[in-house]
Structures are given as C-alpha cells and as structure tokens.
Design a binder for this molecule. Sequence first.
Ligand code: KG4
Ligand code: ZN
Length: 352
Amino acid sequence: MTPLVLGIESSCDETGVGIVRGTELLANSVSSSMAEHVRFGGVIPEIASRAHLDAFVPTLQEALATAGVTLEELDGIAVTAGPGLAGALMVGVSAAKALALATGKPLYAINHLVAHVGVGLLNGGSLPENLGALLVSGGHTEILRVHRLTDHVELLGSTIDDAAGEAYDKIARILGLAYPGGPAIDRLAREGDPRAVKFPRGLTAPKYMGTAEQPGPHRYDFSFSGLKTAVARRIEADEAAGTPTPVADLAASFQEAVVDVVTSKAVLACREHGITTLLLGGGVAANSRLRGLLAERTAAAGIELLIPPVSLCTDNGAMVAALGSQLVMAGAAPSSLDFAPDSSLPVQTVQL
Ligand code: KG4
Ligand code: ZN
C-alpha cells in the first residue's frame, strides 16, 4: 500500500505541515516566523514557540485543503522529535500527539536531520546506494553516511561551534547587513573579491585532520568561531586605522572560507567512506557559491550530487511526511505517545 502520511515540523522558526502519499508530494504548507526575529538578528526561541502555536492550525488546514484529504483518511502522522529548539519542538509534538489521540492514527516521532535526506525520494526522486548527505542550515552543519534511511544513519562530521548559516547571520550583522544574513552575503559577495583576504579555514590543520590511515580528531568536523573572530578583528583594524571597510570583499572572502572548507571536507568524507551520491540539504543549500563549488568538486571526484528544490531544502513538513511514509512502508512500529522531544536527538536515532 502507499500510505497517506501527514508530517509536522516545528524545530526552529518554520511551522511546516506536509502531506505525502508514498513518495508523492501532495501538500507542503509552511509558515515562517522569520520576520519576527529580524530585529534581534537571530531566532529567539520563545518567539518561535509562540509563533508555532499561532500558525499550527491554519497551516494544517491549508495543507489538508491543498492535498484534498481529511484527517480520517490518513494512515499515519509523523512529527519532528528533535534535534531543534526545545520549546519549539514541544509545540509540534503536542499538536501531533493531540491529533493522533483524537483520530486514533499511528504516530511516528522522527529525526529532523534524517528527514532532510528523505525529501530526496519525493516526486520520482531516488536515493541510490552509497549515499551521503551534507546538511547546512542556520541550525546544523553535518556530513552523514546514510546506510538505510529508516534505521541506519551515521554521523561522519559536524560543527563544533556555530552552524554555517548561523556564521553567515552573525557576520552579516557585523557587516551591517539585514537578517537573515545568508542571502545578503551571497548577493554582496558577487561584487567582491573572494581572494581579497585569506580568512582561516577552521579545523584544517594537520593536527585536526590527521591522515586517511590515522584520522585526526576533527577530520570531517567544522568550526566557524575563528573565522568569525578574524572578520571582526579585520573590521576593528579598519576602524582603528580610519580606513573604509571593503564590505563586498570581506563578504566574498568570508563566504569563500566557509564554502571552501565545507565542500572540501564533504568530498573528503565521501571519498574515504565510499559515498558515491551526495545529497545537499538545509537553508544554506540556496547559496550560489556553495552550489557552484560543490558541483565542481563532486564532479571532479566522480560523486553524483543531488540538490532538491530550495523549498524542500529549507525546513518543512513534507520532509517529515516523506520519512514517516518510508517508516510506514518499512513496517516500523509507531512511536508510543509518551515520548518527549529531544533537542539534541542524535542522528543515529531515526525514530523514537
Ligand atoms: O534551513 P533553514 O531555512 O532553517 C534554519 O536552519 O533555521 O536555514 C536558514 C539559514 C539561515 O542561517 C540563512 O542565513 C541561511 O540559511 N541561508 C543562506 C542563504 N539562504 C539562506 N546562507 C547562505 N546563502 C544563502 N543564499
Ligand atoms: Zn533543518
């Protein structure tokens, strides 16, 4: 059977409700509270949680209307159980439990990171063998090895401080650009010289990288805090010297440092783990330089690159429904209704 599954996402600032039948996407309704965070320059968890509460029912109704289905017709309900902001997760999880209890439908509490990979299966997509994923957003920066989507996912590397998108947002702020900083820096960088300043590439020194035979402690990990400090120091130095800051050059050089290290470590992880197809996910997948350099480097290494449409790369409910549907089809037992969301749910736990 091809199950009809509703997916609920509320881990950060997007309230998402998606509906799929098997791997066919029927609806993907998203309400974002991003505008409410602009004046703070970053997502404020309490504001995001309240916004989920406001947006959930209208977003659900819109998704049901778009798909032309009723709650009674569903075969299952899937919800993001983590990782993410604790309060924000609780809103989606509470809503999902209430729906499951009221309708008697089975509930699947799933991992947000693995759901990012699940969208690759929608609308005729396929996820071949030897699959890896590179997830880059405001909340995460990870390299995954996906042995089997429904129950065997391995974390190869992740950030040890800021997420890549978070670094974009922070640097945009110190450069005087609007939030969210990613699109602003992406645009401005086109007018700048990426070689103007050689900013540090985090965790690329031999003591972190080691060798293929003897990997160092952070071979596939990322760090953006040193880069952030270097950009800030440079701006301070310009100010102290009374010289104008070359904003476009700094944006381009910062972006090059992020994208260089993200793409080179992703390709290295693929090579060393036999990954032959790499899926890109997360909001930073919209970045033009990341797309360009990753395409170049994966092609040179003989790795196939999958980039879903941006509306499915950013946080949404369809990805949750897509993974939920895979679990139903794999015969996974539903989650019991007494789970709590886990803000740091490890990627190995595909379902609670
Ligand atoms: O996946 P997403 O929508 O949700 C969260 O992680 O919250 O990702 C949002 C992040 C923000 O940090 C934003 O600055 C970044 O993705 N972003 C970009 C671009 N578009 C969005 N970063 C770089 N270049 C872009 N074009
Ligand atoms: Zn995400």
